[in-house]
Write a protein that binds this ligand. Structure first.
Ligand code: NAI
Length: 329
């Protein structure tokens, strides 16, 4: 089976090439371009494409993949909100993903963002490098005995609950389904109660129609003043304009974001003044209590290895015509 691997980074190449030795029936060709309607035709002659969170796997892309007789989209990530599943079904293109490759990798990054924003580590680092050892502007608050509010308690949210519990926090959560494995450490509450009582709020639910812009000025106004807000899930869970308004209203002690709405628009690759001027991400970065990382939650050695292994096992299941729990329908 031949796979065209889009948006290849050197670490993808290394982890997939290393793992490929266990899959003799599979060959991979790596390209730097990401998958979108302009690049889909490059998959001519391939059985499968391998795509990522940044890829455009919408209707136009899928139509072209179908014309080129590609039967499989291998998402090398957990989320698949960028795939038009209806169209994939219509064209009989199988879509597979890698759920839960390392929930701890993302949860540990979420708590890192929470701590770094609370204790202003990014500011402290720069101050000391400039030989300024004063503590002005660095005061934080203890997480111990405070309340952590976790929205979405699937694999990553559950790992985050366990971490917060380990910090000695009271952990409350909101989810449409309760996770029974957390019954000893988490109290489920309504979203409104979570917003009102939490000192740290962390988002861990997927992006869907029902969760799009779930953090907006109405939900922000229900939060405690001085809350730490963290999003490592998907940018569009948050209405960025409203987050900016909330920051202006001094709602947040700190905001830590690993994901943001403009992620797929390469705002910072094309650094033209005009783009930056209108960029909500650039506006967010102008606030001293906001810390943004570039979607690196998944980026650990263990997670990359698990992604490569599961993606290639998914490809093998396709070759052998096996159903899989990693099928996205
Ligand atoms: P999961 O599927 O195990 O858990 C998601 C949870 O959200 C489920 O318990 C589900 O019931 C809940 N949920 C669904 N709708 C909800 C709603 N309206 N309100 C509250 N909860 C709701 O997913 P997992 O593996 O924990 O991943 C969560 C998200 O993390 C992914 O969808 C993805 O967007 C993001 N992610 C980010 C990464 C990064 O590098 N920053 C890497 C991997 C995933």
């Amino acid at each position: 089976m031949k796979i065209l691997f889009y948006d290849t980074k050197s670490y993808d190449y290394d982890s997939f090439q290393y793992t490929l030795t266990d899959f003799p029936e599979i060959t991979i060709e790596y390209i730097k371009s990401d998958l979108d309607p302009r690049t889909a035709a490059l998959a001519d002659g391939f059985d499968a494409v391998c795509a990522f969170v940044s890829s455009d796997v919408g209707a136009d892309t899928l139509r072209i993949l179908h014309e080129k007789k590609v039967g499989l989209v291998l998402m090398r990530c957990a989320g698949f909100n960028n795939v038009d599943l209806e169209k994939a079904k219509e064209y009989d293109i199988r879509v597979m993903c890698v759920p839960g490759y390392s929930p701890e990798a993302v949860a540990e990054h979420a708590i890192a963002l929470a701590l770094a924003s609370n204790r202003r580590l990014y500011k402290a680092y720069n101050k000391v490098r400039e030989n300024d050892f004063s503590l002005s502007g660095l005061m934080g608050f203890n997480f111990y005995q405070k309340t952590a509010g976790i929205i979405g308690t699937g694999k990553i949210g559950a790992a985050m609950c366990r971490i917060c519990h380990g910090f000695g926090m009271r952990v409350i959560a909101y989810d449409v389904y309760e996770n029974a494995s957390l019954k000893d450490i988490v109290t489920y509450v309504s979203l409104d109660q979570l917003l009102a009582e939490s000192d740290l709020i962390s988002l861990h639910c997927p992006l869907m129609d029902s969760t799009y812009h779930m953090i907006n000025i109405d939900t922000i106004q229900k939060m405690k003043d001085g809350v730490i807000f963290v999003n490592t899930s998907r940018g569009a869970l948050v209405k960025t304009e409203d987050l900016i308004e909330g920051i202006r209203l001094h709602k947040f002690a700190g905001v830590g974001l690993d994901v943001y709405e403009e992620e797929t628009q390469n705002v910072f690759e094309d650094r033209s003044d005009e783009i930056l001027e209108h960029s909500t991400t650039a506006r967010l970065l102008s606030f001293p209590n906001v810390m943004i990382t570039s979607h690196q939650g998944f980026f650990t050695r263990e997670a990359l290895e698990a992604i490569a292994v599961t993606t290639l096992k998914n490809a093998q299941d396709y070759v052998e015509g096996r159903e899989s729990k990693n099928d996205v329908k």
